[in-house]
Design a protein around this ligand. Structure first.
Ligand code: NAD
Ligand code: UFG
Length: 338
């Protein structure tokens, strides 16, 4: 039996596939390469010692999904495929609703039609909105999202909950990721942002590589110890390993399970800059800039439920996250095009 990994050539998906293959699981990757490169596939095979099956397909393509479910024996799905750029989602909300929500509905319909009702979904800490105070717990209210991207995650959680409520055969796991950074220790796979990065670590690594002049730090008057925003950064390999634990748990538990995947520790932007400089030996020039609309002071998880229930805990610290981000950038200045 195989696991279908939608979005499996993307940043988090590729790291998760390496861990799944390493654990002896059979994997079928589905991706349309909207935000990834086919060149990641041989690197996944190189790291795992064997290649996953791959199907170029769109999650909105019902006929393509049917063909995949008919070709392989699939008993579970890890669903990463989606668009994730907050700014772009404000400019193109219909694209985000159609791709993320429409795609998930089509995927679930195809799953049900082929008797596969076991899904682990990539949700986000963004579903907690702005009304909760960190540390964020899974039983806190969700909603109040401030951009269409975040709203797609909130709606998809609802859609999967309604689906599981209507049909007791569904096993659904909602994983709320905090801020994934870092890369595989080999430096062979990592994050490949298109254009100017929106997120902090990819921006810093491109400053370190001399591609960008300096970092703009969005706001130094937040209600945090040094005035800059605090987030819960988690190493992408720890996040990937969380999926393996979640998958095993979900196989045995019908209904909906929800877990935060974070470290529980917050770092400010200035602390990240200092950690990155220490790990890389490269100075990161920065300037303070106005706050970015929609940003919050401090967002970090209470990760204790995942530890208690799944037996999963993030092991890799901030120095390792920064060193691994830098190694990936340094070895692949143009991402997979090198
Ligand atoms: P990514 O863009 O690297 O990976 C997503 C993959 O999905 C890409 O390979 C893309 O080509 C593919 N894809 C998109 N739409 C598709 C479609 N219609 N059909 C088939 N493939 C499609 O992003 P990532 O950082 O690896 O994120 C994976 C998931 O985790 C996403 O759902 C994202 O929203 C979620 N998430 C990410 C973060 C983060 O900070 N990276 C945080 C919280 C949640
Ligand atoms: N920041 C800067 N300069 C930059 C980029 C970011 O100062 O160039 C700051 C932000 O203001 C924030 C922190 O760095 O304080 C982290 O910003 P990111 O953009 O890296 O991450 P966010 O926490 O804003 O958002 C991320 C994902 C979202 C997801 C959210 C919660 O990008 O998709 O985590 O999971 F919804």
């Amino acid at each position: 039996m195989a696991t279908l990994v939608t979005g499996g050539t993307g940043y988090i998906g590729s790291h998760t596939v390496v861990e799944l293959l390493g654990a002896g699981k059979d994997v079928v990757i589905l991706d349309n390469f909207y935000n990834s490169s086919p060149k990641v596939l041989p690197r996944i095979a190189e790291l795992a010692g064997r290649a996953p099956a791959f199907e170029e397909c769109d999650i909105r393509d019902r006929a393509g999904l049917d063909r995949i479910f008919e070709t392989y024996k699939i008993d579970s799905v890890i669903h990463f495929a989606g668009l994730k750029a907050v700014g772009e989602s404000c400019e193109k909300p219909l694209l985000y609703y159609e791709n993320n929500i429409g795609g998930t509905v089509t995927l679930c319909e195809a799953m049900a039609a082929h008797g596969c009702k076991n899904i682990v979904f990539s949700s986000s800490a963004t579903v907690y909105g702005s009304g909760n105070v960190s540390p964020l717990r899974e039983d806190m209210p969700v909603g109040g999202t401030t951009n269409p991207y975040g709203t797609t995650k909130y709606y998809i959680e609802h859609i999967l909950e309604d689906t599981a409520a209507a049909d007791k055969d569904w096993h659904v796991c909602l994983l709320r990721y905090f801020n994934p950074i870092g890369a595989h220790k080999s430096g062979r796979i990592g994050e490949m942002p298109n254009g100017i990065p929106n997120n902090l670590l990819p921006y810093i690594t491109q400053v370190a590589a001399g591609k960008l002049d300096h970092l703009n730090i969005y706001g130094n008057d937040y209600n945090t110890p040094d005035g800059t925003g605090v987030r819960d950064y988690i190493h992408v390999v720890d996040l990937a390993l969380g999926h393996l634990k979640a998958m095993d748990y979900t196989a045995d538990h019908a209904g909906v399970s929800i877990f935060n995947l974070g470290t529980g520790k917050g770092y400010s932007v200035l602390e990240i800059v200092a950690a990155f400089e220490k790990a890389s030996g490269v100075k990161i020039p920065y300037e303070f800039a106005p706050r970015r609309p929609g940003d919050l002071d401090s967002v970090y998880s209470d990760p204790s439920k995942a530890e208690r229930v799944l037996g999963w805990k993030a092991e890799r610290g901030i120095d390792e996250m920064c060193a691994d981000s830098y190694r990936w950038q340094h070895q692949n200045p143009n991402g997979y095009e090198d």
